[in-house]
Ligand binder design. Structure first.
Ligand code: B12
Length: 520
């Protein structure tokens, strides 16, 4: 069959993400004997015209669209990406009779809602390779696809969906460079992406990875296979760096170490980075090996440094692990991006202070790099299927009528919002390491940094250069000279629109319920 696969993710800023998921699906369809083409719409100036050319020239018999993000996860500047995807579906319908299949993480988070909103013929939730290939077979031989695991469709006017089944993750190769022109991604500072495993054993209460996206069953790729894929991509496409896009890169520890050791054994040298590094067992031997393998930076996601909050989020480590990891990082030349979430269940200004104190004590440079960057986000995004979704229901942040495709947020009632913003801004005024998610100045700066980085061929990742820029702003007194305007009223307004009627609105601060010790 002629199959056109479209990357519908148009987010082409400094976090541009090459469509590795779509590439896995394209490779699986090609391996099954189909004639596959990929249209990557990221960076395209005229997407309607490009879609027209692709559809008219190829006349596909099936069209798949990858929906990676449903929104930008930004409480102050919410952007919904689905209207653009909706337009794509409508445009394809005008030009082609081919059935339209939607897949990707954005679909998996809420398959039925996306199916209904976009008006597709099929959705595939969870990993897409097996389901998509089976669907193409059924379309080809005209039999009903209704029993394919993970597939959603209309049967007699009613939406029906078969639960997804997690497949094996051996012998699969995305062949990303085969389907996607990596040059514009690399120009922005993005890396060639690779996955070493699927599934996540952690049970963080806010997270979707171990639920609908990858499930909680670990499926590890043999280390040799992973490094062979890297080697082939390196020889063919010479990417400047690779990024591991596993949910958690360094767990299980043995598997990660085996991959790093195998990379070290190979005769070539490459650069690596990873998001989702877990603080547990992140010690000097692991980091030494990462450095030898070619890592120079990575992202670590503790979300809090308060024992109470780490427990409430069910992060699976304790403050001691975090302190060990931070102190170990200090002894290495790594640049590390840390992520903190402020406002989960049980958060108070006291727990926030604990996290900020940890930052001041353990993440400041002594007199040399590493330059940690510490990102703080206020509010926790809510997704159906997670434990937080239930808690948010009990705490009246959402109702039974809440639409899972809306950006829905939780902000602990135990947190005095204005004090929290003041605490964060005060910390950022003195620490160039700290970046605040609600800081519009920073978003603009990041864009500038990546353009300047590209122009002057600066060392990647470009975000490591924001430290210098922040320091300059602090030294010149330009970092928050008047504080960020109206953050708190805007959060309140957003929560109100979301349907929340609780304490944040009546008095902006409150004792709220304290939720410690993993009591939910
Ligand atoms: C790694 C990662 C990042 C990295 C990306 C690094 C890079 N260079 O790619 C970084 C940290 C930069 C990042 C940034 C962002 N991310 Co992110 N990220 C992830 C993560 C952990 C893995 C993504 C990945 O590559 N997976 C591996 C591939 C193979 O899986 P996949 O894409 O899902 O593909 C499979 C299926 O979905 C399906 N499939 C995919 N396409 C298609 C198409 C068809 C037709 C079919 C049938 C099937 C199908 O089959 C594939 C193979 O099995 C996911 C969470 C997760 N565990 O999935 C979040 C996730 C995708 N990110 C998310 C978000 C929100 C973002 C940001 C918007 C954050 C922000 N505020 O800026 C940005 C957007 C970046 C961008 N340009 O799109 C959300 C999206 C949900 C939402 N609310 O919209 C997710 C789901 C996390 C979450 N909150 O649950 N991210």
């Amino acid at each position: 069959m002629r199959v056109l696969l479209i990357n519908g993710n148009l987010k082409d800023d400094f976090l541009a993400a090459p469509p590795i998921g779509l590439s896995y699906v394209a490779s699986a369809a090609e391996d099954a004997g189909h004639d596959v083409r990929v249209l990557d719409l990221c960076f395209r100036k005229n997407i309607r015209r490009d879609m027209e050319n692709a559809l008219r020239g190829f006349c596909p018999e099936a069209v798949g669209i990858s929906i990676r993000n449903i929104d930008n996860v930004n409480l102050l500047h919410p952007v919904d990406y689905l209207p653009e995807a909706e337009k794509m579906v409508r445009h394809i319908r005008k030009l082609s009779d081919a059935p339209i299949v939607l897949g990707g993480s954005g679909v998996s988070l809420s398959p039925r809602s996306v199916f209904e909103r976009l008006g597709a013929d099929y959705v595939i939730a969870g990993e897409g390779e097996a389901g998509f290939v089976k669907l193409l077979d059924r379309l080809q031989n005209g039999s009903s696809p209704g029993d394919i695991p993970g597939l959603g469709m209309k049967v007699n006017g009613e939406y029906c969906m078969t639960p997804p089944v997690l497949g094996d993750f051996r012998g699969k190769d995305a062949r990303l460079g085969r389907w996607v022109d990596m040059r514009p991604y690399m120009k922005m500072g993005s890396s060639y992406t690779i996955q070493t495993k699927r599934g996540c054993l952690l049970r963080c209460i806010y997270c979707t990875y171990n639920q609908v996206l990858e499930g909680s069953k670990l499926r590890l790729r043999p280390p040799l296979e992973v490094v062979d894929e890297l080697e082939e991509a390196l020889l063919r496409y010479q990417p400047e760096s690779f990024e591991f896009v596993d949910s958690v890169f360094n767990l299980p520890n043995d598997h990660c170490m085996e991959i790093l050791e195998e990379i070290c054994r190979r005769p070539w040298k490459a650069r690596f980075t990873a998001m989702g590094v877990h603080p547990a067992r992140l010690d000097l031997p692991v980091m030494d090996l990462m450095w030898k393998a070619g890592f120079r930076s990575f992202m670590i996601t503790p979300e809090s440094a308060s024992e109470t909050m780490i427990r409430n989020y069910r992060k699976g480590f304790c403050v001691d692990d975090l302190v060990h990891a931070a102190e170990a990082v200090k002894k290495t030349p790594f640049t590390v991006m840390w992520f903190f979430l402020v406002g989960g269940p049980g958060e108070t200004n006291g727990t926030l202070k604990e996290t900020l104190d940890f930052n001041l004590k353990h993440l400041q440079p002594v007199d040399r790099p590493p330059y940690n960057m510490c990102n703080f986000y206020l509010g926790v995004r809510l997704y159906p299927g997670t434990e937080m979704w239930e808690i948010a229901g009990e705490d009246k942040f959402i109702t039974d009528d809440s639409d899972p495709l809306d950006q829905l947020w939780y902000v602990s009632e135990g947190l005095d919002l204005q004090r929290a913003v003041d605490q964060l801004v005060d910390a950022a005024r003195t620490c160039p390491e700290i970046v605040l998610g609600f800081d519009e100045q920073f978003l603009a700066l990041s864009g500038i940094v990546s353009r300047v980085g590209d122009l002057f061929r600066m060392v990647k990742p470009y975000w490591r250069h924001t430290w210098g820029l922040n320091r300059l702003l602090i030294m010149t007194g330009l970092r928050y000279p008047f504080g960020p305007p109206d953050v708190v009223p805007r959060i309140r307004q957003y929560l109100k629109r979301q349907g929340y009627r609780g304490l944040h609105l009546s008095r902006g601060a409150g004792s709220g319920r304290s939720c410690t010790g993993g009591s939910h």
